[in-house]
Each structure stands twice: as C-alpha cells, then as structure tokens.
Design a protein around this ligand. Structure first.
Ligand SMILES: [Zn+2]
Length: 261
C-alpha cells in the first residue's frame, strides 16, 4: 500500500501538460464519512483501491482521503496525523488565492520570478497596474470591475512587461546569431514557453513567462531564434545553444522547475 499526497493544483511545467486538477466527482466513491483528526475534518472515501490518496482541494482547503475498503480507522487516523503539517501548508496555499485567483487585495501573484502582493484600489480614472514597491503590484480599477476584468487587466500588464523585457533580447541576439524573426508576439499558451514557425520566421512567447526571471525569457528567445538555424531539437540544435548560451541547460531547469502557480 502506497500513500499518495496531492494538492489539487494545476502544474505548469513547460511542455508537460497539466493533469486535470480534480476528478473526485467521477471517482466511484462507495462509502463517504467525515473523520475528525485534531482540528481537521477529513472526508473519507472507502473504495476498491490499493493505495491511499490524501488530497487538499482549493479554494477552501477541503481534505479528502481515499482508502482501500477494509483499512482500519486507527491506521487512517495515523496516516492523517503524520501529515498534518503538510495538510496545513496545502490549505494555506489553497486559501492564498495563488491557485484560484480572484484578483483581490491580499492575493499573491508572480512577477519576474518573485511572489508579489496584490493591492487593489478603486479609481474614477483609467484602470492601471504597476509595481509600486519591490514586492507589491498595485492595481487601480473602476468600482464594480469583475474578477474576470481584473484578471484580463493583469494579463495585459504582464504582456506589456514581457514585450519590454524581450525586445532588447531580440535586438541583442538576432545580429549575434545571424537570424531575424519576421515578427514575434505574446500568446496565452499553457503547455509551451514559446514556439517558432520556421517557414514564416514567426516566434510566439508564452504570457506565462512574465512570471519568470528575465534570464528565462532570454533563454526562450535564444531557443526560438536557434530554430531559425536548426529546426529540430537534435545534436545540431544543442550545438547552437551551447555556442550562444552555454548555460542554457541551467536556465531551462530553472524555467521548468520554479513555481509560478
Ligand atoms: Zn524548441
């Protein structure tokens, strides 16, 4: 019997597609009861399964455990007790708004590799976003602006930031690498950091890059420009990357492992 811990959140790791955050509703639940462990209420599902699954769900940090049918309550309690700290950490994350943002004051959002606090103010003027202290994103919106509108506003701000960050990298690397993008744009992409249409020399960068340090944006720019030299990801592509950005593997690891959710 294995124990599987999972906080239900969307993982975004470059080309790895995220799994659906929850399929609890589809699970063939047989017996459901509530188990109290300390101050934590745990929904207990007994099923025809081999492993124990302990999960914490946003936005309220609900805790659910699925166990094999005959597993004694004492064993289940023991399992939960040993993971109370993990559960509390996941609950804190779930309620912080990182996973299901509503773009309200107090939430934390990533920008350039750091987690910043969002402060939202009403304004009678134009909606705006700016970083006003090193760790605060200040958003000004008309009263009644919905969370969807606030999310769009933040995305537009992210887009402008990436444009400003990536432009000098294109200017720096195109002459060095001897290639030129006919155009480059920023797009909401959930499974890739960037893409290159080689025949049109058109490059797309993911909007999610705004949440990453600028060196990650530089790496993606160089990677996509490198496709204008070599289409695939074979040895020649590696050679091109090694030549122009010798530390590219380190940056790629950072890009794919740092948290932005
Ligand atoms: Zn590529």
């Amino acid at each position: 019997m294995e124990l599987m811990l999972r906080s239900s959140r969307n993982l975004f790791r470059g080309t790895q597609k995220s799994k659906p955050s929850s399929n609890i509703g589809n699970e063939n639940s047989r017996t459901v009861s509530v188990l109290k462990v300390g101050d934590i209420s745990v929904e207990l599902y007994r099923k025809k399964i081999k492993n124990v699954h302990l999960r914490v769900y946003p936005p309220n940090g609900a805790v659910r455990i699925s166990v094999p049918v005959g597993l004694p309550i004492s064993t289940i309690t023991d399992i939960v007790e040993k993971r109370l700290e993990w559960i509390r950490t996941q609950q804190a994350r779930a309620s912080s708004g990182i996973e299901h943002p509503r773009f309200m004051s107090g939430e934390r959002h990533f920008y350039c590799g750091s987690l910043l606090r969002l402060n939202v103010f009403n304004t009678s003027g134009r909606p705006s976003v700016r970083v006003c202290e090193p760790d605060v994103i200040e958003m000004k919106v008309p009263p009644g602006y919905t969370d969807i509108q606030r999310g769009k506003l933040l995305d537009e701000w992210y887009r402008a930031q990436i444009k400003a960050i990536a432009q000098p990298y294109f200017e720096k690397w195109e002459p060095v690498m001897g290639v030129k993008a006919s155009q480059w744009r920023i797009k909401k992409m959930k499974t890739r950091w960037g893409s290159c249409n080689v025949s049109d020399a058109r490059i797309w960068l993911s909007l999610e890059l705004a949440k990453k340090p600028s060196r990650c944006i530089e790496y993606v720019v160089v990677h996509e420009l490198a496709h204008l030299i070599e289409h695939g990801h074979g040895p020649r592509f590696t050679q091109v990357m090694d030549q122009f950005l010798p530390e590219w593997k380190v940056i790629r690891r950072e890009l794919n492992t740092s948290q932005t959710y």
